[in-house]
Design a protein around this ligand. Structure first.
Ligand code: SF4
Length: 145
């Protein structure tokens, strides 16, 4: 994330509209709801992240956001295998966007590989075809097909 969520909200208050909509922060939000559950002001932070992504797409500013590529890679992997493939996702993203960072993260990745925390090859769920049928139907219902 290029800005923390709290910084992003401060930027909204400061009227930095384009900077906010070009930020990769909402695209890297995994919607874990941790912040929303803990926020003492009960700010629906996760929902706001979704709203910012929608606005960014609507305003045509998301094409410049590298976090969007990350999301696209994630979605295409899930569509192909029914689950995420962390090693493929990370290497594709860092190779195309942040090669220097990849070099710095390589020791961590190798350590995770050695400990079996990430796999070398993607694993697929049993009924990938069924999942794809569900996704096709969902797209058709949403008009996105
Ligand atoms: S929902 Fe989770 S990932 Fe998203 S901003 Fe909140 S804590 Fe971060």
């Amino acid at each position: 994330m290029d800005h923390t969520p709290s910084r992003l909200f401060a930027m909204i208050q400061a009227g930095l509209r384009d900077e906010v909509l070009r930020s990769n922060t909402p695209w890297f939000c995994v919607a874990c709801y941790y912040c929303s559950v803990r926020c003492p002001q009960e700010v629906p932070i996760t929902d706001l992240m979704y709203a910012l992504k929608r606005l960014s797409v609507h305003q045509g500013l998301c094409e410049q956001v590298d976090g969007r590529d990350f999301v696209r890679s994630f979605v295409s992997t899930v569509e192909r295998h029914g689950r995420s493939f962390e090693l493929g996702l990370a290497t594709r993203y860092y190779f195309t966007r942040r090669v220097l960072r990849l070099l710095r993260l390589a020791p961590t990745g190798l350590g995770m590989l050695r400990k079996g925390r990430v796999g070398l090859r993607p694993e697929s769920i049993r009924d990938v075809k069924g999942l794809r049928a569900i996704l096709r139907r969902a797209r058709a219902l949403s008009g996105a097909a």
